[in-house]
Design a protein around this ligand. Structure first.
Ligand code: FAD
Length: 832
């Protein structure tokens, strides 16, 4: 700082950590002599941009060179020596030995302070056939990038194997696909992206498969043969390839540190204090004037407080600045790393901070994990997309241990907020109180981060217990009681084996169907966890005491069960093998497609529109449907297979799912344990808005599954069919009185509870509009379009004095005979 004598500071390594430290040192002192040594040609280049240059996403190579030797020398008055490798540190006389890499000539340079920022290098194990492989590359710096770039330009590889499913491996896979290369990722662990837990990694697997990337997981690299034309795996499998990218991790550049007898950790990282000083290997004493930063060092895990090493740019940059401050006398320290990270995987953003559940449990931290699926912004604002979130907290201290998210826009924002909360030592219960920016295009008034806080509070307050998706199959085997509170259409599209389906809106009237003892564990699930929470409150009100919410709902459970490659839906790679027989199959695309755009519509809207569109075309003709509902990708696959249609392709373009379906061509397959009867009948007694809505939703769902559906309107249910305008008809006094007292048509129906003198129905209609849910009138129209029969019970009409003229168009009048004739071959009869 000002007034201190001039210092001579040497820096080893001139990229992320080293260059940051050099610039900060100069800003803190105009007088100090600062020499930065870099073994290679380039300094301060954009390591993180290298894969994107290979993928031609960054098109100008010069954009990778954030600073040049000349530019940085001039700006910061530094002595930058590239092609200069520091080969020895003489701690006793405080000098280093430098070798000029072009000439081999060496010289010494003295220091008052020495900063080591040598980074980490790719792991290259001495495997058989590696040296002979002429097509094998690693990626760390500009020369590596140039080599891969020119290999692609000159040799035009068609196939590539990326060994390693970490950050660099996945980024390289995406960028090679961008270059039109068919890519296989080989990863020894059962998942890619170690920072996130398996159920979230499965979303990444889906995305990679969807873009044509093959995944070979849980299989290790054995060796190479045929000059790298074959990559051989521990399982005995051999993959033919034109190009190999070896990205199985990095090891710290510690040769210099070891030679200088500096303390290194179990994985070879240079051990450092909070002030970034290094230590003597024998005595553990701090070595005067020597500091280390960046990928090469061992630091404390900011959550678990154990030793760790994080090879990411934020820690290197932060440490680069801090070390300059420390050398200049500031009382600051490095507070440990969280490992906050983000990665683009085609259309997905994968972000994480802190410890994942696997890591935390390994470190014996008592944790609870919770899942949430929330839209990135208000669902009624166009193009909302889903973010799958997982939060892990310490059950004893309530400190946040880590979080992960996989989604599209706004995903990393949520992780950044949580990373901030962790660093500020917020508890999980503070998340609900974070006042975050909101307007419809950006978020919701309850941000996904707030929601995680609310869910955690529910669990902490004992509202319910949490069942992890990974526990479900075992619970099913043990015969546990599962209650699925989604709509029948969602249920029929796939559910937990043996689950009982009572839609949440019917639970108040149907809870008595749950005949287990009140203290039996009941595992409640909906699609994502929210309706299950509502259901749990209802069940609690009826005396059930042992209630579990399936964390993340059916959505997370289904993702967990994703089978690799089974949904390789890239248009370039439509399914080639029949999943059930394993035989090669011919997928006949239609010559033309009827296009249906359902973007912005929510479940079951997209499915119903698809049903109608498919009805309108002939066998062998095609329908192309464009949707933004994230659940649609799963639904359409099930729907096609259970209705005998062929899903030719399903692609995610931007944030739109585009499915191409050919009508017919396939035998129907049963989904889950859903009943397969032909017809369904609903008897609607009630004239209440919520019950009428439920009837229409179920009717549409059943009709969309190809069932013949009739709704028999009787007693108060007839009011749903009344025209809202007054119709002049001849009535006696009692009939007139009935007519005055009863609601006239869909616009005037009350709610079964929370009617609040008519405010309740208006509120529900407002929320339905916001959430893009059709009004009752539209739903009724939709039912008619799906050939759902509306039958008005003539006997009750007579009793209540309702005349045919008072009813809306398209209603059949009938008595019990009509009802019974429509009841033939009925699999489902509902009385509402
Ligand atoms: P480096 O930046 O690697 O610099 C070390 C330098 O020291 C090297 O240039 C080396 O030549 C030089 N050196 C070593 N030994 C000597 C010696 N004895 N004498 C002289 N010079 C020496 N991180 C992220 O956070 N996000 C990302 O998206 C991301 N993407 C990445 C993509 C790729 C392809 C790579 C390779 C890394 C990526 N990283 C990313 C990691 C990030 O680049 C590193 O964490 C960061 O560069 C580490 O900085 P460092 O100073 O420790 O090491």
């Amino acid at each position: 700082m000002k007034g201190t004598p001039m210092k001579k500071i040497l820096i080893v390594g001139g990229v992320a950590g080293g260059a940051t430290a050099a610039a900060r040192l100069r800003r803190l002192s105009e007088e100090d002599q600062i020499i930065m040594f870099e073994r290679d040609e380039y300094i301060s280049f954009a390591n993180c941009g290298l894969p994107y240059y290979i993928g031609n996403v960054i098109t100008d190579r010069d954009d990778l060179l954030v600073q040049t030797v000349e530019g940085m020398t001039e700006r910061f008055n530094l002595d930058i020596r590239n092609f200069s490798e520091v080969v020895d540190i003489n701690r006793a006389d405080k000098t280093v030995t430098v070798k000029k890499t072009k000439t081999g000539e060496t010289y010494t340079e003295s220091y008052d302070a020495l900063i080591l920022s040598p980074g980490a290098k790719p792991i290259v194990p001495p495997l058989e056939g590696l040296k002979e492989a002429t097509n094998l590359f690693t990626l760390r710096n500009i020369p590596d990038t140039d080599a891969i770039y020119h290999f692609i330009a000159d040799k035009h590889p068609k196939k590539a194997v990326v060994v390693g499913g970490g950050f660099i491996g996945v980024e390289m896979a995406e960028n090679l696909v961008e270059r039109g290369i068919e890519v296989t990722i080989v990863e020894k662990m059962p998942q890619v992206m170690a920072p996130i837990d398996f159920e979230l990694a499965q979303l990444v697997h889906q995305e990679l498969n969807a873009h044509g990337v093959n995944l070979v997981l849980g299989d290790g690299l054995l060796n190479f043969s045929n000059q790298g034309k074959n990559v051989n795996l521990e399982s005995g499998k051999s993959i033919e390839t034109d190009l190999i990218i070896l990205a199985i991790g990095v090891v710290p550049e510690n040769t210099l540190a070891k030679k200088a007898d500096l303390l290194v950790g179990p994985r070879g990282h240079i051990a450092t204090t909070a002030k970034l000083q290094v230590m003597d290997a024998k005595t553990n004493a701090i070595v005067d004037g020597v500091y280390a930063i960046g990928d090469a060092i061992q630091v404390k895990d900011a959550v678990a407080k154990v030793d760790t090493a994080i090879a990411l740019a934020w820690p290197a940059n932060r440490q680069g600045r801090l070390v300059a401050d420390i050398i200049n006398g500031a009382d600051v320290q490095y507070n440990g790393s969280l490992g906050t990270s983000v990665l683009k995987v085609f259309n997905l953003t994968v972000a994480a901070t802190g410890n994942n559940q696997r890591m935390a449990e390994m470190r014996k931290i008592p944790v609870q994990a919770i899942h949430a699926h929330r839209n990135n912004h208000a669902s009624y604002y166009p193009n909302a997309t889903n973010i799958a979130l997982k939060l892990i907290y310490n059950t004893q201290t309530l400190e946040i241990v880590g979080a992960q998210a996989v989604g599209q826009d706004g995903t990393e924002k949520r992780i950044d907020v949580i990373a901030t909360a962790i660093k500020c030592k917020a508890k999980v219960t503070d998340l609900s109180d974070l006042e975050l920016a909101y307007a419809p295009p950006f978020s919701s008034a309850k941000d996904p981060v707030n929601i995680l806080g609310y869910i955690a509070e529910n669990v902490i307050q004992g509202e319910y217990k949490v069942a992890y998706p990974s526990q479900i199959d075992e619970l099913v085997k043990q015969g546990a009681f599962f209650l699925d509170v989604r709509t029948p259409i969602e249920f029929e599209n796939g559910h937990i084996e043996g689950a009982h389906n009572i839609e949440v809106d019917e639970l108040r009237t149907r809870w008595a169907e749950i005949t287990v003892a009140k203290d039996t564990p009941i595992y409640v699930n909906c699609q994502v966890g929210l309706r299950a929470y509502v259901a749990i409150r209802i069940l609690r009100g009826h005396g059930f005491t042992n209630l579990f919410n399936v964390s993340g709902g059916y959505s997370t459970y289904k993702t967990l069960k994703y089978v690799l490659n089974s949904a390789n839906r890239s248009s370039k790679a439509a399914p080639k093998v029949d999943e059930t027989t394993g035989q090669a199959k011919t997928v006949t695309a239609a010559s033309s497609y009827t296009e249906v755009d359902v973007t912005g519509m929510q479940c079951p809207g997209p499915l119903l529109s698809l049903y109608k569109a498919v009805q309108s075309v002939k066998d062998g003709e095609g329908v192309r449907i464009i949707a933004t509902d994230p659940g649609f990708a799963n639904d359409v696959e099930n729907w096609c297979s259970s209705n005998g249609h062929t899903l030719v392709s399903l692609n995610l373009v931007g944030n739109k799912y585009i499915a191409e379906i050919v009508k017919g061509q396939k035998a129907k397959t049963a989904v889950g344990t859903a009943p397969s009867q032909e017809n369904a009948t609903i008897v609607l007694f009630s004239g209440e808005l919520d019950k009428a809505l439920a009837s229409m939703i179920i009717a549409q769902g059943a009709a969309a599954q190809g069932k013949k559906v009739s709704i028999f309107f009787t007693f108060w249910g007839l009011n749903v069919l009344r025209k809202s305008a007054h119709v002049k008809v001849k009535k006696n006094l009692i009939e007139k009185m009935f007519g005055w007292m009863m609601p006239r048509g869909t616009k005037h129906l009350p709610l079964s509870s929370m009617n609040m003198m008519g405010m309740g129905p208006e509120m529900i209609k407002f929320i339905m509009k916001q959430k893009n849910v059709d009004s009752l009138d539209l739903m009724m129209q939709s039912c008619r379009d799906l050939n759902v029969k509306f039958i008005a019970c003539t006997m009750s009409m007579d009793l209540m004095g309702i005349k045919a003229e008072e009813l809306v168009e398209g209603v059949e009048l009938g008595g019990v005979g009509t009802y019974i004739s429509h009841n033939e071959n009925v699999g489902t009869t509902l009385f509402i």
